[in-house]
Design a protein around this ligand. Structure first.
Ligand SMILES: Cc1cc2nc3c(=O)[nH]c(=O)nc-3n(C[C@H](O)[C@H](O)[C@H](O)COP(=O)(O)OP(=O)(O)OC[C@H]3O[C@@H](n4cnc5c(N)ncnc54)[C@H](O)[C@@H]3O)c2cc1C
Length: 287
């Protein structure tokens, strides 16, 4: 089945050409979209290619935040000095997506808009307090990433809306963040479970913390009730271990072709503990 293909060269051309239709899809790297079309899971009538719009491919320093264009690739994130310096957790997550070929074309916007609960950049973006900037036929809006995902393959984006960029907070001195992923093999592995932790220290205490988990629910989630129980505690190995246990107790993963529910829950325990320790070491200036 064919579709109308359009590759606007500028943002204004894109905005004037958007089709306000259910079966209009935006194309970034195509690593999810093309697979879905080939497998007959979707049948677009219009495909709008975002690849020619330069401003969507840029990473910009905006003081306390970094603005990441929607079509920035995983390889760009992995290599960007700005991301490595202020959001190493995101460089790490992007560096664990698929293979070099996938990372060279797959984009951060595609990763979140595909809304897979196993997406690797989502937990890192969530703990960096990501905000999604959206444009569309009816104007612009900013959506906190924690409110962006609905269920697999579904976001809060409406017909004719697309993501232009994602804002993340820089990790400051005295703060640390870590991404952990367990797949079934070392390379080209979709996450069985993944997790990210960001925390801020105040002396020996955890002053603030954000924890995000992937592949344990219908969408990537934050676990605020667990975060609240950890705030104010003096950090040590037993607190990291407690964080893992609390995270495990807070989720109800499913069994599917990649893993069992029990294994996923056990992995959450381990990787949250690891992420806590790595984030704390970073906050202390250990790495
Ligand atoms: C072999 C293989 C291995 C993979 N391994 C991993 C992995 O380890 N970890 C992981 O997280 N993912 C993995 N993926 C999935 C995929 O590569 C990523 O999700 C990637 O980031 C998708 O980006 P893309 O630019 O290719 O998106 P596309 O395929 O172009 O788009 C994906 C979806 O998002 C929509 N979209 C894209 N950009 C926008 C926008 N700006 N605004 C609105 N809608 C938009 C599209 O319409 C489509 O519905 C893998 C895929 C393959 C084929």
């Amino acid at each position: 089945m064919g579709f109308h293909y359009n590759a606007p060269a500028s943002m204004s051309e894109l905005l004037s050409g958007i089709k306000n239709a259910d079966n209009c899809y935006f194309l970034a790297g195509g690593t999810d979209l093309v697979v879905k079309i080939k497998e007959g899971l979707i049948a677009p009538e219009f495909v709008v290619d975002l690849g020619k719009i330069k401003e969507l491919r840029e990473i910009a320093d905006a003081g306390l935040v970094i603005i990441i264009g929607a079509t920035v690739t995983h390889s760009q994130l992995q290599k960007s000095p700005l991301i490595k310096k202020y959001a190493a957790v995101l460089a790490s997550a992007a560096g664990q997506v698929g293979s070099p070929q996938i990372r060279n074309v797959g984009t951060v916007g595609g990763n979140i808009c595909n809304a897979s609960p196993v997406a690797d950049t989502s937990p890192a973006l969530l703990v960096l307090d990501g905000v999604v900037e959206v444009k569309g036929v009816n104007g612009n809006r900013n959506i906190p990433l924690k409110d962006f995902f609905v269920r697999p393959a579904v976001t809060v984006l409406e017909k004719g809306e697309f993501v232009t960029s994602i804002y993340i907070k820089k990790v400051q001195p005295g703060e640390g963040a870590s991404f952990q992923k367990i797949g079934k093999r070392k390379a080209l592995a979709i996450s069985v479970t993944n997790a990210a932790v960001w925390l801020k220290k105040d002396g020996d205490k955890i002053a603030d913390i954000r924890i995000a988990l992937g592949a344990v629910a219908a969408k990537t989630i934050r676990i605020p009730a667990v975060e609240d129980q950890l705030k104010g505690l003096v950090f040590d190995q037993s607190v990291a271990s407690k964080a893992g246990e609390l995270a495990k107790a807070s989720v109800k993963p499913i069994t599917d072709l990649r893993s069992t529910a029990d294994y996923r829950a056990d992995v959450v325990d381990v990787i949250v503990e690891q992420a806590m320790c790595e984030a704390w070491a970073q906050a202390k200036g250990g790495n």
